[in-house]
Design a protein around this ligand. Structure first.
Ligand code: MN
Length: 167
């Protein structure tokens, strides 16, 4: 009788420990989910479909002024979103701060890019950048001006071109 009572006590303690550890795990999970939902910058304003395919957003960070011959902004690409093909007369630097996507120069293989990657884009090289088909991507874009011009827009990246880099 005494023995079975001890067994019950041990079983009870084990159950309580199990419940506590589950509770801790779900708390940690919740913390991680919350962190993932919080980006460094606000999403900003939707970018025009004249130059972007899918849902892309811009949050301006630094504007051209008497000292800065560049602008900087955080660009959010939802899954499947990307720029049209384009060039920059004085180049551009991209710093990926969230998620993953692609950078591709015309006639070259696409480069997979992810949080922490930096892309240095030369002047007058036709290219596009954006999310992957299934993941969002956020980058800071630092874009130089040549007089008043910082970008020349070209054709959209077709679904065929986009599918190809995603497979
Ligand atoms: Mn660009």
């Amino acid at each position: 009788m005494k023995y079975s009572h001890q067994l019950l006590t041990v079983a009870g303690i084990l159950i309580v420990m199990l419940l506590l550890s589950n509770c801790k795990n779900s708390k940690n999970l919740k913390k991680m989910e919350t962190a993932n939902q919080h980006s460094i910058f606000p999403k900003g304003q939707r970018l025009p479909t004249d130059w972007f395919t899918g849902e892309a957003f811009l949050h301006p960070l630094v504007v051209k002024d008497k000292n800065h011959e560049f602008s900087a902004g955080a660009v959010t690409f939802e899954p499947g979103a990307r720029t049209h093909w384009h060039t920059h007369p004085k180049g551009q630097a991209l710093i990926v701060i969230e998620g993953q996507g692609f950078y591709q120069e015309k006639g070259a293989e696409a480069r997979g890019i992810k949080k922490g990657d930096v892309v240095n884009i030369p002047e007058n090289v036709e290219h596009w950048h954006g999310a992957s088909a299934t993941t969002k991507m956020v980058h800071i874009a630092i874009t130089n001006y040549k007089e008043e011009v910082q970008v020349t827009w070209m054709n959209p990246v077709t679904d065929e071109e986009f599918d190809k880099v995603n497979h």
